[in-house]
Design a protein around this ligand. Structure first.
Ligand code: SAM
Length: 230
């Protein structure tokens, strides 16, 4: 049984000939996508030996070795340019996902869809997409086992289209607020209040003043988006 989180990632994969799942761990996502007939072939990439072996075992035990190629390597280095139409990167921090895309940008030639699931700091993924000519065409946010997860789907588009707030909240999520979205930003607001409290107790300094200003800006954004009265 696939997690709700990975089921949503799978639902964003466009039906295609092939896709690559980078940082695949047990290769649950490629196994599911092939079994469901979403794609006919997949590459599962893993940089760490343990998860690489787990992926190999899982693919073999499901009888999918002819359809899923498990490769060991760093990020997109496991791919040839033009080899796949869609790339998924799930279950990592936003900055790591952005750096995998940046380091492997030449391998994205021919890729028409990216499905990214940052566990934290999703704004770094949106910043990378927006600066590199990818347009966010769908997003989801969900809660599973007490954790909040965001899923971002992108197709090629124009650079620099998103506002600062759209980068922060998600251009699609901001207009389709569900319980998970409100929970995420209520939690974030509480954290910001904590930081502001600590800053008010800290010694005055230029960096503290800058941080306070940044926190106050974010606090106001969240209140505006959640429509919380001042
Ligand atoms: N994608 C799966 C999921 O969403 O359930 C697994 C997520 S797991 C937390 C992250 C995996 O990414 C780990 O197995 C880790 O070894 C792998 N990983 C981290 N950095 C990587 C990189 N640069 N290239 C390939 N795999 C990487």
């Amino acid at each position: 049984q696939l997690s709700k989180r990975l089921e949503i990632v799978a639902s964003f994969i466009q039906p295609a000939d092939s896709f690559a799942d980078i940082g695949s761990d047990h290769a649950y996502l490629p196994c599911y996508a092939v079994k469901k007939g979403i794609v006919s072939r997949a590459v599962a990439g893993e940089v760490v030996d343990g998860p690489f072996k787990s992926a190999k075992r899982q693919v073999a035990s499901e009888g999918l070795s002819k359809h899923i190629d498990v490769r060991k390597g760093n990020g997109l280095a496991v791919l040839e340019p033009g080899e796949v139409e869609c790339v998924t990167i799930a279950g990592m921090g936003g900055p790591l996902i952005a750096s995998i895309l940046e380091d492997g940008v030449d391998k994205l030639q021919g890729v028409t869809k990216l499905v990214l699931q940052p566990n934290i700091a999703s704004h770094s993924v949106r910043t990378w997409l927006d600066s590199n000519g990818w347009m966010i065409d769908d997003e989801a946010i969900l809660e599973e086992d007490g954790q909040l997860y965001e899923v971002i789907s992108a197709i090629s588009g124009l650079k620099g289209r998103l506002t600062e707030q759209e980068i922060y909240f998600g251009p699609i999520l901001i207009d389709n607020q569900n319980d998970a979205f409100r929970l995420k930003w209520q939690r974030e607001l509480e954290q910001i209040e904590q930081v502001l409290k600590q800053l008010s107790e800290a010694k005055d300094s230029e960096s503290a003043a800058r941080k306070k200003e940044e926190m106050l800006k974010k606090k106001q954004w969240i209140k505006d988006v959640l429509e919380i009265e001042n």
